[in-house]
Design a protein around this ligand. Structure first.
Ligand code: HEM
Length: 282
């Protein structure tokens, strides 16, 4: 997740430079490497995500019931692509691909039932819609990054990656996909395990520390202030670096600092007249 998020940001920064007409050699490599990284890592990430879902199904089945949007317990479930809440507890209209569980949950025992929301009393159910949508936003962001990686790699192969175009326009906002996926993945994992802190053993309501509301409010406020400063400074700094791009004009030998080998950093040899003297000394 960290590598793909980083690659998407690097791609966005490079695409921005190309759109601005600053198409330098390092920028070209920036875009090629970021596209290639996304194309290679995203399929691995999807496999790991799928495996993580199988593990979650084994140890935290109620989480998978809400992730998948399964309402009723059945031996064969479908994949709910999109759905929206209605008046009933779990019944919702949407688009479902039927019978996919036999391929997606291949590690099931013979005749094992796939529990839907109806299997869990209300006090045992995680909040459905937050988890359901968070999971879909994560997967959609992952597929978006995969698409950018494949598209960029295709353009690289066709030798058209350095020409500003639709790909570069799409790559700039796609720089946010990784962050979106990481945050919604975290929401899926953490909200999906509710109402438990330790699934099936310790409920969240029983794991509260004896701390007063005032203490919590104070520490929360301090965190918010400190993070607002650090986060803002960090974002401004990184945005400045990302939008500045590379300077690939070759260094002017005459302007090279006069410092023969072995001189400590910052020390200047007043006797060396030109950079040629330094080269001669080297
Ligand atoms: C595209 C297919 C993907 C699938 C099938 C998938 C699947 C999952 C599943 C099932 C979980 C919950 C795991 C659990 O609760 O134990 C999860 C969590 C998570 N996912 Fe994804 N994911 C995908 C893409 C992504 C992408 C693209 C990113 C980030 C770039 C991402 C980042 C995360 C993170 C940070 C978590 C939280 C992990 C934790 O806190 O334990 N996922 N994912």
């Amino acid at each position: 997740a960290a590598y793909t998020t980083t690659a998407a940001v690097i791609l966005a920064a490079g695409a921005w430079q190309v759109l601005k007409g600053r198409i330098t050699e390092p920028t070209k490599w920036q875009i090629r490497m970021a596209s290639g990284t996304l194309a290679i890592l995203l399929p691995i990430q999807i496999m790991v995500g799928h495996w993580s879902g199988e593990v979650a199904h084994k140890y935290q089945p109620a989480k998978i019931a809400v992730v998948e949007g399964w309402c009723e317990t059945k031996d064969l479930q479908g994949t709910v692509l999109i759905a929206w809440p209605d008046d009933s507890e779990c019944g919702h209209a949407g688009i479902t691909v039927p019978g996919t569980s036999k391929y997606l949950f291949a590690n099931l025992e013979e005749g094992e039932m796939l529990h839907g929301m109806d299997h869990y009393p209300e006090s045992e159910r995680p909040p459905m819609w937050l988890v359901f949508y968070a999971f879909r936003i994560m997967v959609a962001s992952g597929l978006g990054m995969l698409a950018m990686g494949l598209w960029g790699s295709f353009l690289w192969w066709r030798k058209r990656l350095d020409e500003p175009g639709l790909f570069h326009m799409a790559a700039v906002p796609a720089g946010a996909f990784g962050f979106l996926a990481v945050v919604t993945g975290w929401i899926t994992a953490e909200v999906g395990r509710q109402p438990y802190t330790v699934y099936g053993h310790l409920r969240t309501v029983d794991s509260l520390s004896p701390v007063s509301a005032g203490q919590v409010a104070t520490s929360l406020l301090v965190f918010m202030v400190v993070y607002a400063i650090i986060f803002t400074a960090g974002v401004v700094y990184m945005a400045r670096i990302a939008t500045r791009g590379f300077d690939d004009t070759p260094p002017d030998p005459a302007s090279r600092e006069r410092r023969p080998p072995g001189t400590p950093m910052g020390a200047v040899d007043e006797k060396a007249e030109t950079s040629d003297d330094i080269v001669a000394a080297e």
